[in-house]
Design a binder for this molecule. Sequence first.
Ligand SMILES: [Zn+2]
Length: 276
Amino acid sequence: MNIAIGSFNTPNLESVQAVIGAAEELDVPVIIMHAEVHEEICPINIIGKVMIQCAKDTKVPVCVHLDHGEHLAYLNKALEIGFTSVMYDGSALPYEENVANTCITVSLARKKGASVEAEIGTLGKRELGYRDEKKETGEEPKQVYTNPYDAERFVKETGIDALACSFGTAHGLYLTKPKLDMNVLDEIKKRVNVPRVMHGGSGVSEEDYRTVISKGIRKINYYTYMAKAGGENIEQHFKVSSFPLSKDKKEYNVYYTVVEKGKETSIYYRRDCDKR
Ligand SMILES: [Zn+2]
């Protein structure tokens, strides 16, 4: 069957509850994930345990996944906490180094019965800004689309369960409508039989979603526009509220959620879902 599972970054309790709540409402399986770059928003030691606890006793299957693990020690920590799936991202490394670290990840994950996603080709930007902050130039970093022959070799050499591909999507907000290279996916489909993953899923059109799924994408990562919808919702709330967001010429970040009366989950992250 041609379906893909939605995979959402959930860096706080409210987003974990909202994503699982939405999946239960729609009666679909879901993947909640914590990205290594979100460690500064919420440490995995805290949010990882919350995610695993919330994933229990749900009405739908929930996978707890580590997104873009860049350090093996961090990956190991996720597995120790009980994540059921991990992504190792060595896409910025030379091919051989990416293979070697991915193989280590696979052997660590197998001991825990967890599955592994890895990436070849690069989306350029990380989930939270630039890959190498020191080299930030103000320009968009260059993407390297996945080479289908490298992808075939990579899957064989590492034994991974899912392959993240680069074919035109990007992390973060899209400044122009994303143009996806579907030929890359067609060529990968001929050579790779593990499920493929699309990162940078928010901002992609519904038509493109259907096309990529028909070409073998089975996991779609989605975060930015969900967080944006939440932020806009909060902004709207504060426009009609007297709560001070700035005082004495200083600006304050306020982390806030809005909960509909009679419902347990926050609408902070729910607006996108409600609009469909
Ligand atoms: Zn990603």
